[in-house]
Design a protein around this ligand. Structure first.
Ligand SMILES: Nc1ncnc2c1ncn2[C@@H]1O[C@H](COP(=O)(O)OP(=O)(O)O)[C@@H](O)[C@H]1O
Ligand SMILES: [Mg+2]
Length: 512
């Protein structure tokens, strides 16, 4: 049962998520001590929610677990209730059972009531759904259980039935049992958060939040190493292409391994770029499937489909526009633009930083952009692949670093004129700074971000971490951070409280 749930091949790859596992351990311990707090895990699709649950269940064989995935449980309420009960029983009794087998087991009374209700010509949807939760309650009386409800947002589909419009209110009646710890998990962070953190929701304030994010560099490198052997440069490229999204990391690394075998391509950056293109642009590629699924889901959930495509196409040409710029480009009023944009934000397709909008998932963005371009050929060594490689490099890989380098040296010169300090690029023991200049007072360390997005908290923290790891950690220092597009408020606050000087694109002190 548990073996099938979490195959060995997946266990081997599991990386990081230590803090999240410890957090879940904490809530489990509290639960066992009689202080229960339900948990809500959320994060983008394929960021690693289910695998986290699997790992947790594996590590806690001492406690009864029930795992329900709402994505696969139902299309109609009656089906949901039956499947819900069957799955719960399978986990609880640790074997496959038929609905009639359950009558004689703990919770059997509830099953009898369900069967009776179903025999009626028109069974009540409310009753049927309540019985499913009732069943869990009965199992909980036998023994403490952790109940995982994955892709929980799917439950909202039940709202289409008039009797079940208040499905969350129904759920609310069951979530305070002392013997059941509920861990819900879902793929649309905005929608999930709206369920548990919006005062109007029946389950407001009933769940502790646990958010899953992209991997940082160390974890990404570790995961890559579990799939293929490759050098630092290759790892950096996979990290860059994937943005630290674990599913993308695994997809690119596995495809690289495969084409390395089959086509005898050596494992180097060019092969990795080919692997990325295959994964992203061939319909059989994992990233392709994921991206087209994402687009279809978004379009099926969205009320306004045509303008959404319009906005995405606009941002493909130029990311980081304001609402009024978007309104102008797609020729709609401000009000309409706000409506469409907020829908895309709610579906986690767009991300707002200050007042500008960006496509959240960079790989999805590349897929949207490149899939229209034409034929790829069958072999990664084919001609069309070369064309795509050039596009990829030109549009998504090269611009960033080369422009960055030119700009950095220009900034170093200007800083020399302004402060009288000679900054030099620095690279020692894997630690890179855009400039280091030593004068008789301090070590001056420079970081430059020359992108169309404001530098965020993560950027500043990374800089500080680098400094702390470097040979300068104990020296007297002056830290300078230059950002072309300003800073987010949280970044600014963090910089101020850590004595980092923030400069704008004219090297003036950044003022908001
Ligand atoms: N912590 C992790 N360690 C290793 N691989 C991971 C991790 N998180 C995600 N992955 C990879 O991404 C895939 C998708 O993860 P999954 O848990 O199914 O995502 P979600 O449930 O959030 O949609 C996994 O099958 C695995 O290949
Ligand atoms: Mg999942």
């Amino acid at each position: 049962m548990r073996e099938k749930f979490y195959p060995e091949s997946e266990q081997i790859l599991f990386t990081n998520r230590e803090i999240e596992l410890e957090t879940l351990d904490f809530y489990l311990e509290e639960f066992l001590n009689g202080i229960k707090e339900n948990v809500c895990i959320f994060g983008l699709r394929r960021i690693g929610k289910t695998i986290l649950i699997r790992e947790f269940v594996k590590r806690h064989s001492e406690i009864k677990s029930i795992y329900l995935n709402f994505e696969f449980l139902f299309s109609v309420p009656i089906e949901l209730s039956q499947n819900f009960i069957l799955e719960s029983a399978k986990w609880f009794f640790d074997k496959e059972l038929e609905i009639y087998d359950l009558v004689a087991l703990p919770g059997g009374e509830v099953v009898k009531r369900l069967l009776r209700e179903l025999e009626k010509g028109e069974s009540s949807k409310t009753v049927v759904i309540k019985l499913a939760f009732e069943y869990l309650r009965e199992l909980g009386k036998e023994e403490k259980i952790v109940v995982f409800m994955d892709e929980f947002q799917e439950i909202l589909k039940l709202k289409n039935y008039r009797d079940l419009r208040n499905i969350l209110g129904i759920f609310r009646e069951y979530i305070n049992d002392e013997n059941i710890l509920f861990v819900i998990s879902g793929s649309f962070p905005h929608i999930m958060r709206d369920m548990i953190a919006n005062g109007e929701s029946p389950i407001y304030n009933q769940f502790k939040e646990l958010k899953l994010d992209y991997f940082e560099k160390e974890s990404a490198y570790e995961l890559i190493s579990k799939v293929i052997e490759c050098g630092e440069e290759s790892k950096r490229l996979i990290y860059q292409l994937s943005g630290g999204h674990p599913f993308y990391i695994v997809s690119i690394a596995k495809r690289t391994k495969l084409i390395h075998r089959i086509y005898e391509l050596s494992i180097n950056p060019t092969t990795i770029k080919r692997a990325f293109l295959i994964e992203t642009l061939y319909p059989e590629g994992g990233i392709y499937k994921h991206s087209s699924y994402l687009l279809n889901t978004v379009l099926s959930l969205a009320k306004y489909k045509a303008p959404l495509i319009g906005i995405l196409n606009t941002l493909l040409k130029e990311d980081g526009l304001t609402q009024s710029e978007i309104a102008k480009k797609i020729k709609v009023s401000q009000g309409e633009a706000r409506l469409y944009i907020s829908e895309l934000e709610r579906l986690d397709i767009l991300n707002r930083i200050e007042d500008r909008y960006y496509i959240e998932d960079k790989v999805f963005k590349m897929w949207l952009d490149l899939r229209k371009t034409g034929e790829l050929g069958e072999n990664p060594k084919d001609k069309p692949m070369e064309i795509y490689l050039k596009i990829l490099e030109r549009r998504y890989l090269r611009a960033k670093t080369e422009l960055g380098k030119a700009k950095e040296s220009e900034i170093r010169e200007k800083l020399r004129d302004k402060f009288g300090i000679e900054f030099k690029p620095y690279l020692e023991k894997g630690i890179e700074f855009d400039g280091v200049g030593i004068n008789n007072k301090y070590v001056n360390i420079l970081e430059v971000k020359w992108k169309n997005k404001p530098a965020d908290l993560r950027d500043i923290k990374k800089f500080l971490e680098k400094v702390e790891k470097s040979e300068f950690s104990t020296e007297k220092k002056r830290l300078l951070f230059v950002s072309k597009s300003g800073f987010t408020p949280s970044a600014l606050k963090f910089a101020n409280s850590n004595g980092i000087e923030v400069l704008d694109n004219n090297l003036k002190r950044y003022e908001k």
